[in-house]
Design a binder for this molecule. Structure first.
Ligand code: SF4
Length: 503
C-alpha cells in the first residue's frame, strides 16, 4: 500500500438530512420488540416522518454481521449490523445503491461510555462501506439527552416531542406486554391473547399517530405527564382482554428475564426466541420492561452527579432534578398500569436494587445494566417475584461478563436462588436452551411444591380449589388481579386468594 492509498481514520459524520427530504425519505429503526416498534413508528409518523422498523433478526443477519463488521464486537452489534445490511442489500438490488442512499436513513440509540454501545454506529459504517453504501446516513439519538436540537441537519429533529413520544410509546408497550405475558400461559382458548394484543397495538398505533403535541420543550413534558390521553387509550383497548377466559390453577414456574438490554428486550432469533420457547416449555415469563432500564439510567446519572458534588457545577441541584425525573417516570408508569387494572407489575425501586447488589457489585461500574443484573436477580428471588432468573448474556459483552462473575458470589450466599445465565452467540441454541431447561425443571419442582404448600395452608384439595374457582367466575377472567400472597407462582397465589390466606 502506498502512502497515497492510506486513509486516515475519521469519526463518522453523516451527510445532512434536510426538511425538504422528509416526505421522501424513510427512517429505518429497530432493536425493540414488535409492540414498541409499532408504536414508535406511529410517533415518527405523527411528527411528519416516514418510518419503518427493520424485520426481526434472523440467522442470516448474524452471519452477515460477522462477515462485514468488526470481529471483536459483542453479539447484539453483530445482529443489528447484519440486520441493517441485509435489509439495505435487498433494497439495493431492487432500486439501486444511489436510491437506497437517497431514500433511507437509519436512526438508532447511542451513547458514549465503557461498553460497545458507544461504537455501534462505527460498526454500521464499516459494514456499509464494505457493501458500497458509503454515503448511507446513520443518525444517533443519544441516550443521555432529551433534547439535542438539530444536530444532523434540519430534517431530523431530536427534540422533546420526539423523545417523549418515544418514551411514552415504550411505557405503553411495556405495560401491555406485561399484561399479555401474565394472561397467555393460562388462556383457555389458545391464540386468544395474541389476537387481543394485536388488536390493542393497532388501536394504540392510531392513538400515537394522532397524538397532539402541546407546548414547547418542558411544556411537552408537562403535557405528557399530566394528560389522560394515553391512560384513556389503554382503558379503551383493555376491552380486547376482557372476554379471555383463563385457568390460573395451572402450575407453572415463573421465570424472570434479565440480561443485556437488547437481548432481554427483543423477541427473535437474536435471543433464540427465549420468551416463546419458555412458554412452550410450560413457564410463565416475567419479561423485562424497558422503563426499568430508563429508570436505571436516570439513577446512574444522578449518582454520578452526587459523587461530584463540590467539584462539578450545580451537581446537587442537577441530581435533585434527575430524582424528580425518576419520580415522574414512575408516576406515569403507574398511571398506565392503573389503566390496565394494575395487573402489569410495578417497577422495582432502583435504590432497593442498588442496595441488594452493593455487597457484590459497585454501583459506579457503568456499561450495560451495571449493578441492576445482580439487584434484579436478588429482588426477584427474595421478594418471591419469580421461581428462577434467566439472564441473557451476549457473547463478547464486557459488562455482562462482570455481572455473571459476581453472580457466583451471590449464589454462594444464596444457594437456593435458581439462576440460568445463558451466553448468547446466535449459533449455539441447543447448548443454551438445554442449560436453561435444566434450571427450569428445578423451577417447576419448586412451583409444584409451593402450590402444594398453598393448598395445605388453605386447607383445600386441588379438586376443592377448582370448585371454589368455578364459583367465582370473575377469577377466571383475564383482567382479574391475583394478589401477591407470599408465593411466586400464579397458581399458588390463586389458591391463597380463594381461601383468603397468606403463605
Ligand atoms: S452491554 Fe454488552 S452487549 Fe450491550 S452494547 Fe455493551 S458490550 Fe455490547
Amino acid at each position: 500500500m502506498t502512502i497515497e492509498q492510506l486513509r486516515h481514520y475519521r469519526a463518522y459524520t453523516p451527510h445532512p438530512f434536510t426538511k425538504a427530504e422528509r416526505d421522501k425519505v424513510t427512517l429505518l429503526f429497530g432493536g425493540l420488540h414488535w409492540r414498541a416498534e409499532r408504536l414508535l413508528q406511529a410517533v415518527l409518523e405523527n411528527l411528519g416522518y416516514r418510518a419503518k422498523s427493520l424485520p426481526p433478526v434472523s440467522r442470516e443477519d448474524l452471519f452477515r454481521g460477522r462477515e462485514l463488521a468488526d470481529i471483536g464486537q459483542c453479539c447484539p452489534t453483530t445482529f443489528t449490523t447484519g440486520n441493517l445490511v441485509n435489509y439495505l442489500e435487498k433494497e439495493r438490488d431492487r432500486i439501486g445503491a444511489q436510491a437506497v442512499e437517497r431514500d433511507y436513513v437509519y436512526v438508532t440509540a447511542g451513547s458514549c461510555g465503557s461498553c460497545r454501545f458507544g461504537q455501534y454506529h462505527q460498526s454500521y459504517e464499516l459494514a456499509l462501506r464494505n457493501i458500497g453504501l458509503d454515503n448511507f446516513r446513520l443518525f444517533l439519538m443519544a441516550q443521555d439527552s432529551l433534547d439535542q436540537g438539530n444536530a444532523t441537519g434540519d430534517g431530523l429533529e431530536f427534540n422533546m416531542a420526539l423523545t417523549l413520544g418515544a418514551v411514552w410509546a415504550v411505557l405503553c408497550s411495556d405495560v401491555l406486554r406485561d399484561l399479555e405475558y401474565q394472561i397467555r400461559p393460562y388462556e383457555v382458548v389458545p391464540g386468544s391473547t395474541q389476537r387481543a394484543v394485536k388488536a390493542a397495538v393497532e388501536e394504540l398505533y392510531q392513538v400515537f399517530r394522532a397524538r397532539p403535541v402541546r407546548g414547547r420543550k418542558w411544556g411537552v413534558l408537562g403535557w405528557h405527564v399530566t394528560t389522560n390521553y394515553f391512560v384513556d387509550a389503554l382503558k379503551h383497548v383493555r376491552r380486547h382482554f376482557e372476554t379471555i377466559e383463563v385457568d390460573r390453577l395451572r402450575v407453572k414456574p415463573k421465570v424472570k428475564i434479565t440480561g443485556e438490554f437488547y437481548l432481554q428486550t427483543v423477541e427473535s432469533m437474536a435471543n433464540y426466541s427465549i420468551h416463546g420457547w419458555l412458554e412452550e416449555e410450560g413457564a410463565e415469563v416475567y419479561p423485562a420492561a424497558v422503563a426499568i432500564w430508563l429508570d436505571y439510567n436516570i439513577r446512574f446519572a444522578a449518582e454520578r452527579l452526587r459523587d461530584s458534588r463540590g467539584v462539578g457545577p450545580l451537581a446537587g441541584p442537577k441530581a435533585a432534578g434527575l430524582r424528580v425525573l425518576s419520580r415522574l417516570l414512575r408516576f406515569s408508569y403507574d398511571r398506565l398500569r392503573g389503566a390496565l387494572m394494575n395487573i402489569p407489575r410495578a417497577m422495582p425501586d432502583q435504590y432497593e436494587l442498588q442496595r441488594l447488589a452493593s455487597p457484590f457489585f459497585d454501583h459506579r461500574l457503568s456499561g450495560g445494566e451495571g449493578d441492576m443484573l445482580i439487584g434484579k436477580a436478588l429482588w426477584a428471588h427474595l421478594s418471591r417475584k419469580a421461581h428462577m432468573t434467566c439472564e441473557l448474556s451476549p457473547y463478547g459483552c464486557m459488562p455482562n461478563t462482570m455481572s455473571v462473575g459476581a453472580m457466583a458470589a451471590v449464589q454462594g450466599k444464596h444457594p437456593d436462588l435458581l439462576y440460568a445465565p445463558l451466553e448468547i452467540k446466535g449459533d449455539s441454541e441447543v447448548h443454551a436452551l438445554s442449560r436453561c431447561q435444566m434450571v427450569l425443571s428445578e423451577a417447576l419442582k419448586r412451583a409444584q411444591g409451593e402450590f402444594e404448600a398453598a393448598l395445605a395452608c388453605a386447607g383445600l384439595s386441588e379438586v376443592q380449589a377448582r370448585g371454589l374457582l368455578d364459583a367465582r367466575p370473575e377469577m377466571r377472567t383475564a383482567l382479574y388481579q391475583v394478589p401477591h400472597l407470599g408465593a411466586a407462582g400464579t397458581a399458588a397465589n390463586t389458591v391463597l386468594a380463594l381461601a383468603g390466606r397468606r403463605l
